[in-house]
Design a protein around this ligand. Sequence first.
Ligand code: NCD
Ligand code: ZN
Length: 419
Amino acid sequence: MAYLIKGVSILGAAPTDLFIKDGVIAAPFEGAEVVDAGGLVALPGLVDVHTHLREPGREDAETVETGSRAAALGGYTAVCAMANTSPVADTAGVVEQVWRLGREAGLVDVQPIGAVTVGLAGKQMAELGAMASSAANVRIFSDDGFCVADPKLMRRALEYVKAFDGVIAQHAEEPRLTEGAQMHEGEVSTRLGLTGWPAVAEEAIIARDVLLAEHVGSRLHVCHVSTAGSVEVLRQAKARGVRVTAEVTPHHLLLTDELAAGYDPVFKVNPPLRTRKDVEALRQALLDGVIDVVATDHAPHAVQDKECEWAHARPGMLGLETALPIVLSIYGPQWELIADRMSRAPARIAGLAGHGGDLTVGSPANLTLVDPSARRVVDPSELASRSRNTPYAGMTLPGRIVATFLRGEATVLDGKAVK
Ligand SMILES: NC(=O)N[C@@H](CC(=O)O)C(=O)O
Ligand SMILES: [Zn+2]
């Protein structure tokens, strides 16, 4: 298909016409399908470096296809699929399977993340080289869900991925400090009588890992940063020139531990929701660039794993279909900031050429069109995800994703997935 996106504002600039043909942004031509984009803003397609798609193994919670559809509807053109599937994505075979399922769904580019250790068990390094040289071309490795707690193993993994410019994405949690943890350790956990996950359990691992990354001269990425103290560790590491990048989730930018008071497990997540002070520090860190990207940590869970007692519920919340509206609700129409933190920087970290582009003639047509003036009430029953565990149910959020294009093909039009 060839499209003329008429009267669109690219990153908030004066309205213009955008032509799409043969998968790229094209020079003006006749005969295109016209998309009326008056009042809409074009952004480079969003890129998520932290998505849980649950396939293989928990297809009742999400599949590569349903998660891809949720992503496209959220304005994404690429997502990185976390390795904590069943079986774990710790071999070339599994990452190639996920990659192939992504291609078949054809709604976003699904870039598999490989596990750092066999079975996420933290004991033995997985075959990182085989995953890197597989068809899935893996560059990000993570045991997410678990921390690579053994410092020697972490050091070896950081050294190993240097050979192919890979990166280790760490779920920073010192396990001895979070045994039995149910929420953030602080005033609220004391009041509720729930065992707390102290901020230092995250900060201590980040401090250790930036020193390890510095020592071996390798790349570290820190998943879902959640505390003000973590921001300070990262700020100092970056000032010294350590090759570290970091992500923050929409929920850690918006929600606080006070929400645990109702014991509704929809608010249970790892790392836990923190305090207002942490939220403020994370917001500022994203502005400053100390935190590089917004990542969803989209974590779909089946009803029986979420609608139960708090202590038994799985941690995690949906994110793909609400990420951009949440970010817009916090930062307003700062389109350059949004394009950088949600598209360009994540594409760079994941090594996804063709994503995070500048929408100039000749560049790949990976983009999304947003109506910033529309407001929508989040209705869990309307989500494309197979799961329903959104913490934003009933909230009115700004910004409607009207269309998304992957290599020039519409994946979303009129706010609906095309397949
Ligand atoms: N974030 C979560 O609370 N859960 C994630 C794992 C993770 O990202 O740590 C999941 O896989 O459900
Ligand atoms: Zn995690």
